[in-house]
Ligand binder design. Structure first.
Ligand code: DHB
Ligand code: MG
Length: 629
């Protein structure tokens, strides 16, 4: 499979783009004319540089406002085309993208355009070049791939073909299955982009809001299934105009692109087994069965404070690692590892961020299969030297330096707790009824959210919920939840735009994206709250204004309301059930625990309560009488 990406899709100079694209694993590149013009090197040098980087220069674009012009304007358009053909020959690129005209004097007429393309094809063929025609969604006369195809069909020249772009087809809600009737060998190139479903002007939407397949709401898979059904065997390229990506880290964005393209083509192949996609086989998305463990890196006073908090939360230190400074704390199905090693990944994480969640372990059906998929999608595997008798548990680097381990029963990895740990019960009193990890909440910059959601949704079988806005007294935080279909593994992504929000302050303190809170589930929040307070746990205080509003919003039994108020429990409800939650006070630079109960099949995360929770946390964290800012 030939993969490619347009230089417009990422940030930097042309040289930085070339390096990032090559490093991400693409086979080729679409060069956007502006990127070339801004470069100081000659066309020959640029072409040679691209090939030296191991990339094929697959497309030169765009050539605008060509077809359907009258008299002298037409002659001038051909003159311009000849100049660009000269340039392409120097660059060493044989295909140009001509996008449908928006010229105010373009006349329209399928046959007129076809004649123009027949002549252009003849001129291109003399130089061994080819011409591809793409319908822009806002083209003056041609704005639908079906019309562009009719122009190409009537031009009837072997050097003239069609270029398809998923954005232009899907943005206009044109049925992608209409592509199935186009002969695959007449399609010269395919560009892919997704986009979020927002109502706006097509041109503005296209130039600013495109994103990687899988990051938006368009049916790019359906589009690509139709393309592959035609027998198309050419390059599959990303063309993503996005303001955030233009300013983002080029290597990360290029890697996201590669991940999105490989995941998409894998989906296409699974849905359309007849399609000829020469993609090496790798396992389907992993179905995560649950959280096997959460590992904190902690040292010194922070470690003592964390252990104290774990004890008041009803955890018991049940085992220690045979050779490392790792303690295992358990309750219900929950395992928390406290890592106080002075070398290795946990130690580096602690040095960089202070007390932090440095590792997430997931229960999967095949750990090796999950690793294989992650690597096929471009993830790096993660390894540390193994001590005697230690299990080689497959792991990868997530984003932002995070690490994920995969445990399964089939290969005995789930036995790590008895193999590598020695039981060492601390004799603490019984638990408080916490049963399992409900979700892990990660905080990141707003502009990193797409990378993280793409990472999880391409590797694991997870659904995204729509993004919600959370109002912090000092700014906005966007929040999006990802969940396995059965809800056994859930992650919430919180994107901060300013350091003044609670999430933004945590992000600044922890030097990058990381877990800010861990939500643990009980089946009886009132019993749990009672047991917690008996152990000296102090819940985050919630003001009585909140309970007065609850009484107004929901038809709640007065006794229930009183019990919630007494225990600082927040409440929410949806069509499927009710939700109760309480919070710990912040620890170690702004992390916290949440304790929750889902009643019925409540599917949310208590988002309506977030502004009140944040304000309550800020009251505790902000020294009294200090002006903010
Ligand atoms: O926005 C544009 O002008 C533009 C140019 C070239 C393309 O391939 C495209 O899809 C859009
Ligand atoms: Mg395009």
């Amino acid at each position: 499979m030939k993969t490619s990406i347009a230089t417009v899709s990422i940030s930097g100079t042309l040289e930085e783009k070339i390096e990032a694209i090559a490093a991400a694993g693409f086979s080729g590149i679409e060069i956007f004319e502006q990127d070339f013009i801004a470069d100081a090197r000659s066309p020959r040098e640029v072409g040679a540089r691209i090939r030296d980087a191991g990339l094929e220069l697959m497309l030169f674009q765009p050539f605008r406002d060509f077809e359907g012009l009258p008299g002298p304007l037409r002659a001038r358009a051909f003159g311009r085309a000849e100049r660009k053909f000269d340039l392409m020959q120097e660059l060493g690129c044989d295909l140009v993208l001509v996008c449908s005209s928006v010229h105010p004097e373009a006349l329209g007429g399928i046959d007129r355009a076809a004649q123009d393309f027949a002549e252009l094809g003849e001129r291109a063929a003399k130089r061994g070049l080819r011409v591809g025609y793409e319908a822009l969604a806002w083209g003056r006369h041609v704005n639908d791939h079906r019309d562009a195809w009719e122009v190409v069909r009537r031009a009837d020249h072997p050097s003239v073909g069609l270029i398809l772009d998923s954005f232009h087809t899907l943005a206009r809600r044109i049925d992608p299955d209409t592509i199935r009737r186009i002969p695959g060998d007449r399609i010269f190139f395919v560009q892919l982009a997704d986009a979020p479903a927002i109502e706006m002007d097509l041109l503005y939407w296209s130039r600013h809001f495109r994103n990687m397949p899988g990051e938006g709401d368009l049916d790019v898979t359906g589009f690509m299934r139709a393309v592959m059904a035609t027998g198309y065997a050419g390059p599959i390229s990303l063309e993503i105009f996005n303001d955030q990506f233009r300013g983002g880290p080029s290597r990360t964005i290029a890697r996201d692109g590669y991940r999105s393209l490989v995941a998409l083509m894998d989906d296409v192949l699974r849905a359309e087994p007849e399609a000829r996609v020469d993609l090496p086989a790798f396992p389907a998305r992993t179905e995560v069965q649950g959280t096997a463990f959460l590992e904190f890196a902690a040292q010194g006073e922070d470690k003592t404070a964390l252990e104290g908090l774990l004890a008041t939360l009803g955890f018991r230190r049940t085992a220690s690692h045979v050779s490392k400074s790792l303690a295992l704390w358990t309750q219900g199905e929950i395992r928390i590892v406290v890592n106080a090693e002075t070398t290795g990944h946990a130690h580096s994480a602690w040095v960089a961020r202070g007390t932090t969640v440095c590792d997430l372990g997931l229960d999967v059906s095949s750990a090796a299969g999950t690793l294989a998929r992650a690597q096929a999608l471009g993830a790096e595997s993660f390894r540390q030297p193994l001590g005697p008798g230690q299990l080689d548990i497959p792991a990868i680097r997530g984003l932002g330096g995070s690490v994920l381990h995969f445990l399964d029963r089939a290969s005995g990895l789930a036995d790590v707790w008895s193999v590598e740990f020695e039981a060492m019960p601390d004799g603490a009193p019984g638990d408080v009824g916490l049963l399992r990890v409900d979700h892990v909440a990660q905080t990141m910059g707003y502009d990193e959210m797409l990378s993280w959601s793409l990472f999880y949704t391409t590797l694991f079988e997870m659904r995204k919920t729509p993004m919600v806005d959370v109002i912090d007294p000092d700014g906005l935080v966007r929040s999006q939840a990802l969940s396995t279909p059965d809800g056994r593994f859930r992650i919430t992504l919180n994107g901060a735009e300013t350091h003044r929000t609670l999430a933004g302050g945590f992000l600044a303190e922890s030097f990058g994206a990381s877990v800010q809170h861990i939500a643990l589930a009980t089946d009886d929040i009132f019993a749990t709250a009672g047991a917690l307070s008996a152990r000296g746990f102090e819940a985050l205080p919630i003001p009585s204004n909140y309970y007065a509003d609850l009484a107004a919003r929901f038809d709640l039994d007065a006794g229930l309301l009183d019990r919630m108020r007494a225990a600082n429990i927040l409440y929410d409800r949806d069509e499927r059930g009710a939700f109760f939650q309480l919070y710990s006070r912040p620890f170690a630079g702004g992390m916290f625990f949440e304790i929750l109960e889902r009643e019925g099949a409540y599917g949310g995360y208590g988002a309506p309560n977030a502004p009140f929770r944040i304000a309550a946390q800020k009251r505790l964290m902000r020294p009294k009488g200090m002006p903010r800012g």
